[in-house]
Structures are given as C-alpha cells and as structure tokens.
Design a protein around this ligand. Structure first.
Ligand SMILES: Cc1cc2nc3c(=O)[nH]c(=O)nc-3n(C[C@H](O)[C@H](O)[C@H](O)COP(=O)(O)OP(=O)(O)OC[C@H]3O[C@@H](n4cnc5c(N)ncnc54)[C@H](O)[C@@H]3O)c2cc1C
Ligand code: SF4
Length: 339
C-alpha cells in the first residue's frame, strides 16, 4: 500500500488567508483543491510539501453564474460533476460541460474541481509511477533525474498536458482570474501554457486560481468534446479534441479546434476558421470542409510516446476524432467517446 508522506494541513476560510499561508511557508507549501491528482502524486513522492493549504472551506470559490453581459463565471472550486450538470454551462458552453463529464470517473468528478483540472500537472508514463519504480529506471528530468526516456538525448521534458477542460476552455476564449501576494491578474488561457513538460503553466507560487470566465457565446454557439481513452469509464485522455462551431442563418460564422494529450501544452489546429467559416452548416460543402480540417489536423499533430497507448495509433485517431467531434458540434450533439 502506498502511504502519504507527513505534512501539515491548513484550512483557511478566505482567499486572502490562503495566499498569506502559502506566501509565508514559501516553496515547501502546496495548494490542494479536490486532491484527486495531488494525493496520488504525493503518494508517488513526486512532491514532498511540508504544508498543504486546502481550499475546501473557501465558499467564495464555488458556484456558476451568468453575469449581465452574458459572461459565464465559474468558481475554481466548483466540482467537475457540478460543471457537467450545470444547465448554465450546458447552454452557454456545451463543450466544457461535455469535457467535464468525461474526466476520470464519477467519484473523482464529485471531488475534483475545475480549478484543479486547469492546473493539473503534466503526465508521462515514466513519471506517474512510484518512487521505487522511478528509481529502478534512474529517474528522469521532470523529477529527481537528468535524462528523458521519451526523447533519447532530449533536453526538454515532453510530458503531456492531460487536462480535459483545457482545450474546451481554449475554444471558448476563456480568461483565468488569479489572486496572489501581488494582487489580482487576468490571464487569457491561450497564453497560459509553456512548452515545458516540467512545469507548463504561467502561475507563480502562492497565486490562486479563483475564477474561470467564459465570454458571452451567442445563440448560434455550438461545441463538442471528443475523447479517446483506454477505459471509457475512468481514464485520462490518450487524445482530447474540443471543437467550436458557431452557426448563424445556417452558415458557420466561427470555428476552432484544440487538441490535447499530445505534448506539454494543448495545441490549436491551424487554419480551421479559414476552411469552415462561411460554409453551409449541412450538405456536401460541409462534409468536404470537415474532411479537409481532419486531414490538416492529422498533419499538424504528432503524438509522442509520453503517455500510454501506441503513439502511431494515437496519431491515426487524430483525423477520426477531429472529424467526429466537429460533426457532433455542428449537429449540436456530443460528447464523442472512444476506447
Ligand atoms: C484514476 C484517475 C483518472 C483521472 N482521469 C482524468 C481525466 O480523464 N481527465 C483529467 O483531466 N483528469 C483526470 N484525473 C485527474 C483529476 O482527477 C482531475 O484533473 C481533477 O480535475 C483535478 O482536480 P482537483 O480539484 O482534484 O485538483 P487537485 O488534485 O487538488 O490539484 C491539482 C493541482 O492543481 C493545483 N490547484 C488546484 N486548485 C488550485 C487553485 N484554485 N489555485 C492554484 N492551484 C490549484 C494543486 O496545487 C495541484 O498542483 C484523473 C485522476 C485519477 C486518480
Ligand atoms: S517526457 Fe517523461 S521521461 Fe521525459 S523528462 Fe518528461 S516526464 Fe521524464
């Protein structure tokens, strides 16, 4: 049985108090939200904090609301189950409701939060292992070692961004609200990621993600999420595809596709809008346009052997999932499962 290491736990009741505890303790302190990723990682000795600051008692961080201008605001501690079941999210941001509904399994979605999902550590089959397992292999660059087992001689960690909410939030043009020792800041999710699997996010120590803000989506907004995984009931994505298609007067007015679980950051497929905008939302013209985007995505995506699942097979699944997910978005359906 894997045991948790010893650490102190603080349960502040306000954001200010939490930031103060984190800042005071320095790098030896970590944040815990639902704990569904952090606790396994602590058991694997991937992190060894002396203090863990829980956000569970901060009521201000929970809930979903629509503001007067149509912005959808979701507190970082809102659980994934709540996000998936929220009628507001389903109406204004269907791709996010679908992505949240496919994270892990029901128990993990009941505890796991949207904020924790955005801030999920990158994953790699050589890293998400016990200390004993990693030691037998001589560790790796992301933790305790110097080499990479995925890219021989590689100088940069390529552990995979594996959070299902990230591509969905990117197609929605979301903003992340942070609060930290230097005050508040707003960060566009598109610019939040770093191409570094060791740490792939622009967030400083003691900064808390407080809210996820989704700009107004119009009545013609549609979105869908597609997910390839080994076991449909629980697993992390082997490939995640978020598709956005806005349709006005039966024509596509906006389109976007973002994929994840390839490398350290989610990837926006280039030239999707060029191909799809202006196309009729049904018929042969649409079929051809979707095929063109799927073929282009296949060329743009090169999964690495960083997470389980044969990477050649994952590559072959890119056009399949882009095609199916775009089709589901246009038709107002989804999510797209595959295992
Ligand atoms: C078996 C299994 C299957 C899983 N499958 C999936 C999957 O399919 N897809 C997927 O995306 N995830 C999956 N997960 C991971 C996890 O359950 C989810 O990503 C979940 O959303 C994490 O949220 P949490 O609240 O539990 O985060 P935690 O584990 O509490 O925290 C995760 C990270 O975020 C930081 N953090 C959390 N909240 C904040 C905040 N507000 N401000 C600053 N930092 C913060 C923590 O310090 C930590 O580094 C799986 C986990 C398990 C165990
Ligand atoms: S890609 Fe995997 S093996 Fe390579 S350094 Fe990163 S975690 Fe380690």
């Amino acid at each position: 049985m894997l045991r948790l290491p010893r650490f102190e736990v603080a349960t502040p009741k306000t954001v200010g108090e939490a930031i103060a505890r984190l800042a005071e303790a320095g790098p030896s302190a970590m944040v815990i939200a639902g704990g569904t990723d952090l606790l396994p990682n602590l058991k694997h000795e991937l992190f060894t904090p002396e203090l863990v600051v829980s956000l569970s008692a901060i009521e201000a961080l929970r809930g979903v609301r629509v503001e007067d201008d149509g912005t959808l605001a979701i507190g970082a501690m809102t659980t994934l189950a709540e996000v998936a079941a929220s009628e507001l999210v389903q109406k204004h941001a269907p791709v996010l409701a679908q992505a949240a509904s496919l994270v892990a399994g029901p128990q993990l979605r009941t505890m796991g939060t949207l904020g924790g999902n955005v801030l999920l550590d990158t994953r790699c089959q050589w890293y998400n292992q016990t200390y004993f397992w990693r030691e037998a292999l001589g560790f790796c660059m992301k933790k305790d070692g110097t080499k990479c087992h995925v890219v021989e001689g590689g100088k940069k960690c390529v552990a995979a961004a594996s959070n299902d909410s990230a591509p969905a939030l990117m197609t929605l043009g979301s903003l992340l609200e942070f609060e930290g020792p230097s005050g508040r800041r707003t960060q566009a999710i598109d610019d939040f990621w770093l191409a570094d699997g060791i740490y792939n996010k622009k967030v400083a120590h003691a900064e808390l993600l407080t809210e996820i803000r989704i700009p107004p989506t119009g009545p013609g907004h549609r979105g869908a999420y597609g997910k390839l995984r080994e076991r449909g009931s629980i697993d992390f994505p082997l490939l995640g595809v978020a598709a956005r298609v806005d349709v006005v007067a039966e024509r596509i007015t906006r389109a976007d596709v973002v994929v994840t679980a390839l490398a350290a950051q989610p990837k926006r497929i280039a030239r999707v809008a060029d191909v799809l905008v202006g196309v009729a939302a049904r018929g042969e013209e649409l079929d051809r346009a979707i095929e063109a985007v799927a073929a282009s995505a296949a060329k743009q995506c090169n999964p690495l052997a960083n997470i389980p699942g044969d990477h050649e097979w994952r590559k072959a699944m890119v056009p399949v999932f882009v095609r199916r997910t775009l089709r589901a978005a246009v038709d107002g359906n989804g999510p797209v499962h595959g295992d």
